[in-house]
Design a protein around this ligand. Structure first.
Ligand SMILES: [Zn+2]
Length: 401
């Protein structure tokens, strides 16, 4: 296969590098990895084009300094836990070994990726063209595409004169995740070049869902990397929690629909859906299928035999639907949250917390920490639980230490 690699190095974007490090150390945080992500994101801590350890660690140290102000030494608060988590992040960044992107893995995916996908999808897909590593995407996608990579089809070639192939943006790469995204783009290419109707619009949910589904399958076949599957799962989880309106959160949802279909009917069910979709991509039945699966009405996909979970990959899929994440907060903060929950999610500032057994100073501190971490909102004469906190309390995802 012909490669158009024109640069000797691909860079990781600072924010994505930090995010990947947090996700890679998912179980080591005391508060919660997604809370750390949310705080860093909301405060715009990481925004440089490319990751550099020195710059990133000095930003974290500065952030730590600013959040340490006014801490009561006799009273451990959730800010202390949070700061502990930032120190952990610093330590992990120092030892981070996420730098897996290199030519050999690009070559490997380019060489074997499509072959593996064709095997899983029972398709014969033409060569997708070169891989280009570019400083910017070709026009007209240069200003509109915030993506890490894009695929230019023969249609793009005809319309805009863009050479067919995969374009990797040199400054936007995502440690570990990029390999999965590259395979994801290959699935799009495979679907589009095997579709009978070239002018079909198709359904976004099914194409993105299948792209993620087959990419994850192919990645596991290529690398047998269990940790990577967990990495993708946790990355999606964080996106759904912190950036619920982002495309990745949306794709996570689509991927789960395909997973449910698989768990119901195995490879055969997903394979049949792919085959039917290639023949009839604009049929209204794809809309109905989505609704049926979401509403757990199995009528349109339960015609297949139930699946016996045999492989590690199958077992992984079961855990994809778990919601195991919890946030630990100190007892005083927890009590305050529970009082708010009992009082229909809001209390009067002046007397709402009179029943809490703690000093006025400690309660004040606890309230300010809860606001600082986004659990509650200060609104005129009231403290109000924010929507995500209500959900977390309802699902018992917040626990006292
Ligand atoms: Zn896609």
């Amino acid at each position: 296969m012909n490669l158009g690699l024109t640069h000797s190095k691909i860079y990781f974007q600072e924010w994505k590098f930090i995010l990947a490090t947090i996700v890679n150390n998912y179980n080591h945080f005391v508060t919660s990895p997604w809370l750390v992500v949310k705080k860093l994101w909301n405060n715009n801590v990481f925004n440089d084009d490319t990751y550099n350890y020195q710059a990133a660690s000095s930003k974290i140290k500065k952030f730590l300094k600013s959040s340490k102000k006014g801490i009561n030494k006799n009273n451990v608060t959730c800010i202390d836990y949070f700061n502990g988590d930032l120190n952990l992040l610093l330590a992990r960044l120092r030892k981070s070994n996420l730098e897996r992107i290199n030519y050999s893995s690009v070559l490997r995916i380019n060489k074997k990726g499509l072959k593996t996908l064709d095997k899983i999808m029972s398709l014969k897909t033409p060569n997708p063209g070169k891989i280009f590593i570019v400083h910017d995407f070709p026009k007209p996608y240069d200003s509109v595409m915030p993506w890490d990579l894009m695929f230019a089809s023969s249609k793009d070639h005809k319309e805009y004169g863009i050479k067919e192939g995969i374009y990797l943006h040199i400054y936007r790469q995502f440690p570990l995740f990029w390999e999965f995204l590259l395979l994801h783009e290959y699935v799009h290419h495979a679907i589009r070049s095997n579709m009978k109707k070239t002018k079909a619009t198709g359904y976004k949910w099914i194409e993105e869902g299948l792209a993620d589904w087959f990419a994850l399958n192919a990645h596991y076949k290529l690398f047998r990397d269990w940790d990577f599957l967990v990495f993708v799962k946790n990355m999606y989880y964080i996106y759904e929690k912190v950036f619920p309106r982002s495309p990745l959160a949306e794709y996570a949802q689509y991927g789960k629909v395909i997973t449910r279909i698989y768990l119901q009917g195995g490879h055969q069910a997903v394979g049949n859906i792919l085959k039917a979709y290639l023949l009839n991509p604009d049929s209204k039945k794809w809309n109905d299928l989505y609704k049926d699966v979401i509403n757990e009405k199995k009528s349109s996909y339960d015609q297949y035999r139930p699946l016996h979970l045999k492989t590690n990959f199958d077992r992984f899929l079961i855990t994809l639907h778990e919601k195991a994440d919890t946030i630990n907060v100190p007892t005083l903060e927890y009590k305050i949250l529970k009082i708010l929950q009992r009082k229909h999610n809001h209390i009067n500032k002046n007397y709402g917390l009179s029943q809490v057994k703690a000093s006025v100073g400690d309660i004040k501190k606890a309230i300010s920490n809860l606001m600082n971490l986004g659990f509650i909102i200060d609104h005129q004469k009231k403290y109000i639980l924010n929507d995500s906190t209500i959900y977390l309390l309802r699902s018992n995802s917040i626990r006292p230490i």
